[in-house]
Design a protein around this ligand. Sequence first.
Ligand SMILES: Nc1ncnc2c1ncn2[C@@H]1O[C@H](COP(=O)(O)OP(=O)(O)OP(=O)(O)O)[C@@H](O)[C@H]1O
Length: 300
Amino acid sequence: MHQRSRRERLEHIGAVLVVGSGKGGVGKSTVSVNLAISLAKTGARVGLLDGDAYGPSIPMMVGVRKRVGAKSEAILPLAERRDLAAEKKIQPLLRYGVKLMSVGFFIGEEQAVAPLPDALGMLMRQLLFSVNWGELDYLIIDLPPGTSEPQATLCREFELSGALLVTTPQDIARIDTAKAVTMFQRMSVPILGVVQNMAGLLCPHCGQMVEIFPSSAEPRAQLDDLPLLGRIPLDPVAVTNGDKGYPIVVSLADSPVAMVFSDISAQIVQRMTLLQHAQDADSETEQEPDREEDSDEREA
Ligand SMILES: Nc1ncnc2c1ncn2[C@@H]1O[C@H](COP(=O)(O)OP(=O)(O)OP(=O)(O)O)[C@@H](O)[C@H]1O
């Protein structure tokens, strides 16, 4: 087990939440964007960092498209500038009440990016420290699939407040997501729960739920024992609006899918408040012996 206390706590950021999965294409970015906006709608100060340098999806999902010649590979400057004055840092983009940052803001959407896998952790550090995030209640980091970088650097070096796992109901996604659960547990990152995405189809004609893919019948304790934060159906409107830059919690705020996102955000707020109280109580207990020592010294 890794010691959480040795990790760096990001100043001015209340809670750092990571959204991960072992598998690609299960809806991490969709969940991250809609969750960030739902949290911002409650009045929280929210930032969203796209952790996927190779295939950043956040720009398109919030309506930022950068068409640059795809011929050249983009090489990103890697430098950590935590000492810069706020106004000299990279300014995040504000969309739908959320401060956003993505490698995709610097490169063309068809341009390949060339950080080596072991530089991905450094790139994350740069985006955490060189971006003017200001004061935030929540910073959500949308992770790329898998359990390698930048996940390893983030878990090892930073105090992450919680992880959300996104999976689909199929066994192939659940197996990979269970691996991500194991990684977070090994690194002592609190797991807030699982979001099951693409769970059935919300029929655009009759509005009824249709189960189109067989759900896994195989129990998988790492996942099944975690709180299920919400089930999001496949919704054709979610994909068309999402890919055009209008996340569903913005374009159809009263739809069943948007309701699930706002319910998940309410659960996150509740869990983070409880965790914060528990941590405050822990640190108070840790301070008790010092007070006794102080009084012993005074008596002596
Ligand atoms: N519930 C849903 N209903 C319909 N379409 C969805 C749903 N969730 C996600 N999608 C669509 O599926 C595609 C993949 O989703 P998304 O990019 O969020 O996945 P991801 O896990 O972040 O992928 P990556 O492997 O790039 O990290 C997107 O086009 C998105 O709009």
